[in-house]
Write a protein that binds this ligand. Structure first.
Ligand SMILES: CC(C)(COP(=O)(O)OP(=O)(O)OC[C@H]1O[C@@H](n2cnc3c(N)ncnc32)[C@H](O)[C@@H]1OP(=O)(O)O)[C@@H](O)C(=O)NCCC(=O)NCCS
Length: 142
């Protein structure tokens, strides 16, 4: 079935959240609230994308950069539409948009137990780093 990809806007948020919620391997955190997502999209215009077929949202991805490095997150394709090249299309849109911003070093996080996602990234030439570990500090707003 034909599908299309376009930049994500905040009006896509409910359908994106719904897809993320029903996709194992994708985590939803406090920073994925509507308010924070709106701010993310505003700070990173044209870097997040959604895929549709028949008016139905069936894929999503978000990316951003800090002027030096890019970051990709929340890639998900509905189980009913996998293996049709939709993830490839979404990732290509992000990589092209990041390249247009002169950003060519891109990182992403994958849960250690998400074998499917790891296989996908390895197949597409991404390198699993074994020289770094991620530290996080999660503070409470005052
Ligand atoms: C990983 C995921 C996004 C792939 O979506 P998809 O739309 O089925 O992928 P595509 O159809 O675009 O596949 C593109 C290519 O990847 C390959 N591929 C897809 N899933 C794969 C898998 N699980 N293992 C290995 N290769 C895979 C396809 O064979 C295809 O190869 P090609 O480029 O040589 O033709 C999808 O399985 C998914 O949503 N998984 C759950 C969410 C998730 O884990 N997201 C990643 C978070 S980091």
């Amino acid at each position: 079935m034909a599908w299309t990809i376009r930049p994500m806007t905040i009006t896509d948020y409910p359908a994106v959240l719904d897809l993320m919620k029903r996709t194992p391997g994708v985590s939803i955190r406090a920073t994925d609230s509507p308010k924070d997502t709106a701010r993310f999209l505003q700070r990173n215009p044209g870097l997040s994308f959604v895929a549709f077929t028949d008016g139905l949202l069936i894929g999503c991805v978000q990316s951003s950069h800090d002027g030096r490095r890019g970051f990709m997150q929340h890639l998900a394709v509905d189980t009913t539409h996998r293996r049709q090249g939709i993830a490839n299309g979404l990732v290509k849109h992000c990589l092209d948009a990041l390249a247009a911003a002169d950003v060519f070093h891109i990182n992403l996080d994958v849960f250690r137990n998400n074998a499917q996602a790891k296989a996908y990234w390895v197949k597409h030439g991404w390198t699993l780093r074994d020289d770094v570990e991620r530290f996080s500090l999660i503070r409470t707003a005052h």
